[in-house]
Design a protein. Structure first.
Length: 243
């Protein structure tokens, strides 16, 4: 089996894609596999000095131990919290889809696993004439879906699975992420329901980790507090099925 090449997507925005991505990158890095990460475009970036700072891409870079410059890992950044294609309409610098796909192809040619994180879900416009799903399909990336654990996830997750299959994308698995830590009947039932309804591997349920987002922004390198908490909380995930 070759090295995995994964496109990380969500059932929507704010579902915890980067948390899942960092957990997977940490695992690969701890195994000495030299993972590379790539986030073609990040919206909602804050200003840091004279440039926009892509916090999600920076966390992925630190978790993977990827030594490449952040500008190479996240080439397109926008301040507005919008789909990248639409943020670019306001701010300029639209993503060049051909360059993005060339970058992914070049990364795939190197040894070691690759993790590409999208923005939002599969149908979000990335750039002129291209959605996230188009890039994943043309680059031959398997899909890892992150969805919230609680009420409402059954419909959204099934729709994402259906879109992936309609686009001819292989699904590496689904991760349910507990965003609130609140007990509920739906949170108890949804993991088994997802397995029943989606016919795709459920890799695990990530528990709610209070304060993790702020810790990840401070330091996501292996050995940090955030890395330790994340590794411990996600130790039971079925990463082996990804490779």
């Amino acid at each position: 089996m070759g090295d995995p090449a994964i496109f990380l997507t969500g059932t929507g925005t704010g579902v915890g894609k980067t948390v899942a991505g960092c957990a997977l990158a940490l695992r690969w890095a701890s195994e000495g596999r030299g993972p590379r990460v790539f986030k073609p475009a990040e919206s909602g970036c804050e200003s840091k000095g004279d440039s926009l700072y892509p916090a999600d891409a920076a966390a992925l870079k630190a978790a993977a131990g990827d030594v490449r410059p952040l500008d190479e890992i996240c080439p397109y950044r926008y301040a507005l919290p919008m789909a990248p294609a639409h943020a670019a309409e306001e701010e300029g610098n639209p993503p060049d889809i051909a360059k993005i796909e060339d970058a992914i192809s070049e990364l795939r040619s190197r040894p070691g696993p690759l993790l590409v994180e999208g923005a939002g879900g599969l149908l979000v416009p990335l750039g002129p004439g291209a959605r996230m799903s188009d890039v994943a399909r043309r680059c031959g990336l398997d899909i890892l879906i992150v969805a919230p654990l609680g009420l409402g996830t059954l419909n959204d997750t099934q729709m994402t699975v259906r879109v992936a299959r309609d686009e001819g994308l292989a699904i590496a698995g689904i991760i349910l992420n507990d965003l609130t830590g609140t007990e509920s009947p739906s949170a108890r039932r949804n993991p088994s329901a997802i397995e029943e309804l989606c016919d795709a591997p459920l890799l695990g349920v990530f528990p709610h980790i209070s304060g993790l987002d702020s810790e990840m922004k401070k330091n996501m390198e292996d050995g940090s507090t955030a890395a330790g908490r994340l590794r411990e909380a996600t130790a039971g995930a079925g990463w082996d099925s990804i490779g």
